[in-house]
Design a protein around this ligand. Structure first.
Ligand SMILES: [Zn+2]
Length: 407
């Protein structure tokens, strides 16, 4: 199935010709991966045999459904079973940080087939950075023996605020030259589309949720690194808010923020007192020079009491802000990722101390506050998941089938 020619938004609606019409709905039933016979699909949908037959045929012709063994026979020839085919196409997911990027090739279930880590400087500007991401994507495609026609789409996470509807960064503090840059346009020319862009933390939330907590409805993913941010899964879906700025906790006022200057121009922000660089600075003022955030993690892991105490203190500051989030949003999981989460016990201890102490029992009774379990992969898996949810949505599937049917 060729996915490369359409760059459309999920808001579009399409009139599909009869035959493929309704196939998008049928596919949604099959995305759980369970193999089913045509008879089972007729029972599940209550639709006529001919209707189900036409939809199944359209999805099989597109490669989205494939034969998957035979069901138990009730006498005579056993009925063939069909299943969603995650190998019908591939997706490229990219997660960009300030000094590094991870680019991955996945199947339509978000399983990483191959990946490539890059060292880069995001402040070099969009053109050189996106060209390198595109080159890495092309290398992964050809190494896997897949063509650009088989690319369903590209998802990319950026370390700054992104207007999701346009895919453009908006005044990103650590990304000079990127403001309102047409990231989707650049990458769809270089690789193929559709190209979807989001804030890196939103995608980490999506990746952690899809990989580790698929059945959890309400989850907050907090990234604590050079910056601090959160991604919110609400009702099983990513909650971006009106402009895509939901979860931007780094510049919320910290309880003990005082007049500490922040990179955003304001004072007393959470990021100014509890991010990696902020903790390194606080520790230096007390006579311990950790160098940078990695040095800080090393010290804390070696059992340096001052470093562990400083990280725990940062955890408490983050905890005060998260306690408000818990009261407002009542999540059942808070997953903490990012570089500082590598000294997980001190950071989590600080966060737990305040969140459990400051929230009512009903909100914390079932609440887990845990370290991220996807390691460094949450961002790329989330980027791929964003694309997969888009291209396998009812509207997009019907649009693709209609386009194929009309040539
Ligand atoms: Zn700030």
């Amino acid at each position: 199935m060729c996915f490369t020619t359409h760059v459309t938004s999920t808001a579009d609606s399409f009139a599909a010709p009869s035959g493929s019409s309704g196939a998008g709905e049928l596919l949604q039933l099959m995305l759980d991966g369970t193999p089913r016979t045509r008879a089972e699909l007729i029972r599940m949908t209550g639709l006529a045999r001919s209707t189900v037959g036409a939809r199944v045929d359209a999805l099989m012709a597109a490669g989205l459904l494939a034969p998957s063994g035979e069901a138990a026979s009730t006498g005579g020839r056993p009925p063939a079973r069909l299943a969603f085919n995650p190998d019908a196409a591939v997706v490229i997911g990219a997660d960009l940080g300030a000094t590094h990027a991870l680019v991955a090739l996945t199947d339509l279930r978000g399983r990483v087939l191959a990946e490539k880590a890059l060292r880069l400087d995001i402040s070099a500007g969009p053109q050189p950075v996106l060209d390198r991401v595109a080159r890495a994507g092309r290398t992964l495609l050809s190494a896997a023996g897949r063509s650009r026609d088989e690319l369903a789409g590209v998802g990319i996470g950026l370390p700054g605020p992104v207007e999701h509807s346009t895919g453009r960064p908006v005044l990103p503090p650590i990304m000079p030259g990127w403001d309102h840059y047409d990231v989707p346009g650049h990458l769809s020319t270089a690789l193929g589309g559709p190209v979807l862009v989001d804030n890196d933390v939103n995608l980490m939330a999506l990746g952690e949720h899809a990989t580790v907590y698929p059945d959890v409805q309400h989850l907050v993913f907090v990234k604590v690194a050079t910056g601090i941010g959160a991604g919110i899964i609400s009702g099983g879906r990513l909650h971006r808010g009106a402009q895509g700025a939901a979860g931007d906790l780094g510049h919320v006022a910290a309880l003990h923020g005082g007049d500490t200057p922040c990179t955003c121009g304001n004072v007393g922000c959470l990021e100014a007192v509890a991010s990696g660089p902020a903790v390194v600075r606080a520790l230096r003022e007390r006579g311990t020079d950790a160098g940078d955030s990695r040095g800080l993690i090393r010290l804390a892991k070696q059992g340096d009491l001052a470093a562990a105490a400083a990280v725990r203190e940062a955890g408490r500051e983050i905890g005060y802000v998260l306690a408000t989030c818990v009261s407002l949003f009542n999540p059942s999981v808070i997953a903490v990722g990012g570089l500082l989460a590598q000294s997980a016990e001190s950071l989590l201890a600080g966060i737990r101390e305040v969140v459990y102490g400051r929230s009512l029992p009903l909100a914390t009774g079932e609440l887990q506050i845990v370290a991220s379990r996807t390691g460094g992969h949450a961002g790329v898996v989330g980027a791929a998941t964003m694309v997969i949810q888009h291209v396998l949505s009812v509207d997009q599937v019907e649009h693709q089938l209609a386009a194929t049917a009309t040539g």
